[in-house]
Design a protein. Structure first.
Length: 207
C-alpha cells in the first residue's frame, strides 16, 4: 500500500499533463492538424492529412487569385490598346458590352432596337470603343471569361478551408477527450509479490 502513494502522485501529475480537448479544438481551428499533434504527437496521422489538405487549398487559392489578377490586367491592356476603351472605373456591364460588340454605335443601336433605354451609354470619348479586328475582341472576351471562371472558384476553396478546419478541430477535440476519459485500471491482491500474505495494489494509467 505504501507504493500506492507515489503511484497516485505520479498519476495525478500525468493527468495534469493530459491534452485539453478545448485546447486541441482551438489549435486545429488555427491550423488544421495542430490539435492532433498537441493531443498525441506520436500518433497524429489524421492531423497530417488535414494539414496537407490545408496547404493544398491555400496554395490553390493563392494561385487562382494571382492568375485572375494577371488575366484581368491583360484584358484591360488589350481593351485600351486594341479598342481604345478605358475600363478604369467602369462597370462590369460595360466590360461585357465591349466583348459583345465591335464599337459603341453598334452596342447602342442594339439597345435601341430592344428598347433598353437605360442600358445606353453616352456617345462621348469616355465610353467610346472600336475594335481593330474581331479576333482581338474574341481574345478579349475569352480572357475576361477566364477571369470570371477563376474567381468563381475562390468562394468554393474558401468554404473548403473552413470545412477542413472545423472537421480537424472536432476530430482533435474527440481525440483529446478520449485520452482524458481513459480511466485508470486498478487491482488489489491479498498476497504480495512474493506470494506471502499482505495487501498489494496495482494501478495502471493509460495516456
Amino acid at each position: 500500500m505504501l507504493l500506492a502513494g507515489p503511484q497516485l502522485a505520479q498519476a495525478q501529475q500525468q493527468k495534469d499533463d493530459r491534452p485539453s480537448p478545448r485546447g486541441a479544438f482551438l489549435r486545429s481551428l488555427v491550423l488544421p492538424g495542430w490539435g492532433h499533434y498537441y493531443a498525441d504527437n506520436d500518433n497524429w496521422n489524421r492531423g497530417k492529412f488535414h494539414m496537407a489538405g490545408e496547404a493544398v487549398l491555400i496554395l490553390s487559392y493563392i494561385g487562382l487569385d494571382a492568375r485572375a489578377n494577371n488575366l484581368e490586367s491583360n484584358y484591360r491592356t488589350m481593351a485600351q490598346s486594341k479598342a481604345g476603351a478605358n475600363l478604369s472605373g467602369k462597370s462590369r456591364q460595360y466590360e461585357i458590352a465591349i466583348g459583345n460588340y465591335d464599337n459603341l454605335a453598334e452596342y447602342n443601336d442594339a439597345q435601341l432596337r430592344l428598347s433598353n433605354w437605360t442600358q445606353l451609354y453616352p456617345d462621348n470619348a469616355e465610353f467610346q470603343w472600336s475594335w481593330e479586328s474581331r479576333d482581338f475582341r474574341d481574345q478579349y472576351q475569352d480572357t475576361r471569361e477566364q477571369v470570371d471562371r477563376n474567381r468563381s472558384q475562390l468562394p468554393t476553396l474558401a468554404a473548403l478551408m473552413v470545412t477542413n478546419r472545423l472537421i480537424s478541430a472536432i476530430s482533435a477535440f474527440i481525440k483529446a477527450r478520449d485520452i482524458m476519459d481513459n480511466p485508470p485500471e486498478a487491482s488489489f491482491s491479498y498476497l504480495n509479490e512474493f506470494g506471502q500474505p499482505g495487501v498489494t495494489a496495482h494501478l495502471r494509467f493509460d495516456f
